[in-house]
Write a protein that binds this ligand. Structure first.
Ligand SMILES: [Zn+2]
Length: 59
């Protein structure tokens, strides 16, 4: 299992429409809240889908 926590920067398999694929983990739980590191858009994704789409944890 990849380790991530609030504040982690993660790379997702699918990039955001703005072209960025690095996200900051804002909140963890049943749903994961992510902020795009380029356009600051915030998205919520359920944890199972998040872990499926997670490519790697950068920091
Ligand atoms: Zn974006």
């Amino acid at each position: 299992m990849k380790e991530y926590k609030e504040g982690s920067i993660v790379v997702m398999k699918k990039q955001h429409p703005c072209g960025e694929n690095r996200w900051e983990v804002i909140r963890t739980g049943i749903d994961i809240k992510l902020r795009c590191t380029k356009c600051d858009r915030i998205v919520m994704i359920n944890r199972v889908d998040f872990e499926k789409r997670l490519k790697k944890v950068v920091e």
